[in-house]
Design a protein around this ligand. Structure first.
Ligand code: MLT
Length: 264
């Protein structure tokens, strides 16, 4: 379904029935990243493509992490989901924090995948600005070429060409305008550290043991700051841990989601 929201048109898929889970993808990816999660039983999967990614048209204005969060809440409204589990991977996690900050009452659970609560360092921010210049000059290919080797483990990169190709195709569905808007939004994102102790819904923190972008130390720090949070570290997985180790992730997510109560 494609919906016109106040700052862009968003395409989202709404599949299955059960506990609503809104899956928010990372950068530069699309909701197809979560196709391996569709077999999780008892779940209504709401899968938006952020503007300029996957099937969604380019953003019609500059984006911030809060603007994406506003879009996610609008998608929930259009889907008729008053509350949902918000599952965000990496940039999707930054957006999940912004959704929680704006409207904790719309959450009935949180899954934080390969993400972190801290903002960019000054060097990180400069790297985003350099990447924006690269995209303006050369398009998205150099960004994809630089990021793909960090998304999956070396073993997968060498031994599982099908999975690597799938990841690349998902990344190639990102438009230059979408990538630039997301880089600007991530560079300007706020620190979510103070939010963590105030998270009042069941939370599962997940990361790949070989994730070098948001390593296990980030996940452990978030777990210890969020009341009652659980931590899952997936072996033989890098940054796209739920994609690379879908079987193990889906088993843990099924157990976690089985304990979530939709809020009234
Ligand atoms: C992502 O996967 O969304 C990005 O690696 C996040 C980031 O660059 O901070």
């Amino acid at each position: 379904m494609t919906v016109e929201l106040n700052h862009s048109s968003w395409t989202f898929r709404d599949l299955g029935s059960g506990v609503p889970v809104v899956w928010i993808h990372g950068f530069p990816l699309s909701s197809r990243l979560f196709d391996p999660q569709l077999p999780i039983p008892g779940v209504r999967h709401v899968l938006p493509d952020l503007p300029g990614f996957g099937e969604s048209a380019d953003p019609s204005r500059a984006m911030t992490i809060d603007a994406y969060a506003e879009g996610v809440l609008d998608v929930m409204d259009r889907a008729g989901a008053r509350t949902a589990v918000i599952a965000g991977l990496s940039m999707g996690g930054y957006i999940a924090f912004a959704v929680a900050r704006r409207a904790m009452e719309r959450l009935c659970g949180l899954m934080l995948l390969d993400t972190r609560e801290t903002p960019d360092t000054p060097e990180g921010r400069q790297g985003r600005l350099d990447s924006i210049e690269t995209v303006r000059r050369e398009g998205t290919t150099p960004i994809i070429d630089a990021m793909l080797p960090k998304m999956l483990t070396e073993e997968t990169l060498k031994g599982n060409p099908d999975l690597v190709e799938r990841a690349r195709r998902i990344m190639e569905s990102s438009s230059p305008a979408g990538v630039i808007a997301a880089l600007e939004a991530m560079a300007g994102r706020p620190d979510s550290s103070e939010l963590l102790p105030a998270i009042e819904v069941p939370t599962l923190v997940v990361t790949g043991r070989e994730d070098t972008i948001t390593p296990p130390a980030d996940a452990e720090r978030m777990r210890s700051a969020i009341p009652g949070a659980e931590l899952l570290i997936l072996d033989e997985a890098a940054h796209l841990s739920s994609f690379e180790r879908a079987g193990e992730f889906n088993r843990a997510a099924t157990r976690f989601l089985g304990r979530v109560q939709p809020r009234r």
